[in-house]
Design a protein around this ligand. Structure first.
Ligand code: TXE
Length: 483
């Protein structure tokens, strides 16, 4: 396979890194180098910020919401027209099953641009009549240059979740995608140029976190940072942004409970728990990696769950039937395998998986771990409380609501949960008592782009989605008029 070299995107042009340094991008399915990407640094970040500032100083600042909505629609159309090609790039770069890329990742990128186009077309701001010839009204103003830092698990999905509202609100963007998954971000740079977006509204700098993400976060001309990634990195980003008074949105890790009560519809709950545990090879911040099952159905549930997990088609991401693909990197595979070894040491029993997925010889260098289910661990065990971010689910038994709420809430994370029950009162009671940003009842990862998305505790700060994104990517200005 030919190895392509990509460049940064600055002012709608491909922009080689100032120091001329490049690094390898590996394909997780084979472990082979699939592309070379700029190993940029602060100088490249500066160039991108300068281009973004020039855009803000030019006609972009006079653009209307309708014009910006049209631009987002044009980007959505272009992504949609290249759906198959982008899905293949995403699958190649992430090792994710091609069917996931085709049916989830790329359609969602399209939806993000369409949604925020609609959001700014229909946005309303407040007007407060004080009476006696006194009136307050509120304007939204773009922040200016915004920095968007994104991870490797859902590359275009999460990048577009930030770029779409940022542009729709009239900002200029400097994006820093994960160094492990640069390819669809590069394609987005070409799309933005090809549709004729104004120069500098979208800029892209590739490279390592400390060499590109850190200078972007610290840059005095960057007004806001939206970051999705690991909790430890999020803490660094927050520490750099705070003294500069930047707006900050942090979407971090999770260790989300799936809670199945005795009265749940078992077929639905098994199917839902498998999806929650293993979608995207367990590499979604929302994955349900801790499964709590009530004692009355515990044995029956675990038996059915284990069989369903063992039957998940795992391996070659390019095959349409594959549901569990490769992990992102050799280092991440080692981390996941380290946790599986730890699960044994902590007294757990592996009832499914635990080894490396058998794959054809051509994929022998790829990063594969079998879908794995662990029972018999204490809910306080490290494997049951630390984010593994791979295809590993720990299963725990509980007796009553009080106990399961204590266990579910007993971790440092607080992103999401799913609750499976046919008891309506219980569904509401438990949902209200869970310490997390999002609860799904009798479903998982059913998303409505209008709702607040985000977590509490170590899972992050702030909410994005719908009006919350418009809030984040604008500064509100209140104007009080008397006459
Ligand atoms: O993420 P990082 P990593 C979790 C998951 C995973 C762990 C680490 O548990 O194993 O985090 O993954 C950029 N200043 N999640 O190391 O490093 C980096 O280049 C500014 C959960 O891959 O947080 C990349 O673009 N930016 C998560 C982005 O931050 C910096 C998804 C995220 O990378 C930086 C991914 C710095 N100092 C991992 N250092 C989720 N919530 O979905 C790195 N970056």
């Amino acid at each position: 396979m030919s190895v392509r070299t990509i460049q940064n995107w600055v002012g709608n042009r491909e922009h080689p890194p100032a120091k001329g340094a490049y690094m390898d991008d590996f394909g997780p399915a084979t472990g082979e180098v699939i592309a070379r990407i700029p190993k940029s640094d602060a100088e490249d970040v500066d160039a991108a910020v300068t281009a973004a500032q020039a855009a803000m100083a030019g006609s972009w600042s006079q653009s209307t919401p309708a014009e910006r909505a049209d631009l987002c629609e044009a980007i959505a159309d272009a992504i949609e027209s290249r759906l198959d090609e982008l899905a293949e790039l995403e699958s190649l770069d992430c090792g994710k099953p091609i069917t996931t890329a085709r049916t989830v990742d790329i359609p969602r990128a399209v939806a993000n641009f369409r949604f925020f186009a609609g959001a700014v077309r229909h946005d309303e701001t407040g007007c407060h009549d004080m009476g006696r010839s006194r009136l307050n009204y509120t304007l939204r103003r773009p922040l200016g240059v915004v920095g968007l830092i994104t991870p490797w698990n859902l590359p275009l999905y999460l990048l577009s979740w930030k770029v779409a509202p940022a542009l729709a609100c009239g900002n200029a963007v400097v994006a820093k995608p994960s160094e492990m998954t640069p390819l669809t971000a590069d394609a987005l740079g070409a799309i933005v140029r090809d549709i004729g977006a104004p120069d500098g509204v979208f800029n892209l700098v590739h490279g390592l976190g400390p060499e590109v993400g850190a200078p972007l976060t610290e840059h005095p001309e960057v007004a806001a940072i939206s970051f999705t990634g690991g909790t430890a990195t999020g803490a660094r980003v927050a520490a750099a942004a705070a003294p500069r008074f930047k707006k900050l949105s942090l979407e971090l890790g999770g260790k989300n409970p799936t809670i199945v009560f005795d009265d749940a519809d078992l077929d639905l709950a098994v199917e839902g728990a498998v999806r929650a545990g293993f979608t995207n090879t367990g590499q979604v911040c929302l994955c349900g990696s801790r499964l709590f099952v009530q004692r009355g159905i515990y044995d029956a549930f675990v038996e059915r769950f284990t069989v369903a997990v063992q039957q998940l088609p795992a391996g070659d991401p390019s095959q349409p039937q594959t549901r569990v693909g490769a992990l992102i990197s050799a280092a991440h595979r080692d981390k996941v395998e380290g946790y599986i070894a730890l699960a044994r040491e902590e007294g757990g029993t592996l009832v499914a998986g635990g080894g490396r997925t058998a794959v054809p010889a051509a994929l022998a260098g790829g990063y594969y771990v079998e879908p794995t289910v662990v029972t018999g661990l204490s809910a306080n065990a490290r494997c049951a409380t630390e984010e593994i971010f791979g295809p590993v689910v720990t299963v725990h038994v509980f007796d009553d609501e009080e106990e399961v709420l204590r266990l579910a809430n007993g971790v440092r994370y607080g992103l999401s949960a799913s609750v499976w029950t046919t008891n309506l009162a219980r569904a509401h009671r438990v949902s209200a008592a869970l310490d997390c940003g999002m609860v799904w009842v009798n479903t998982w990862l059913l998303r409505d782009l209008r709702v607040p998305f985000g977590g509490m505790k170590d899972s992050g700060v702030g909410r994005e989605g719908g009006a919350h994104s418009l809030e984040f990517y604008t500064e509100q200005r209140n104007i009080c008029v008397t006459w």
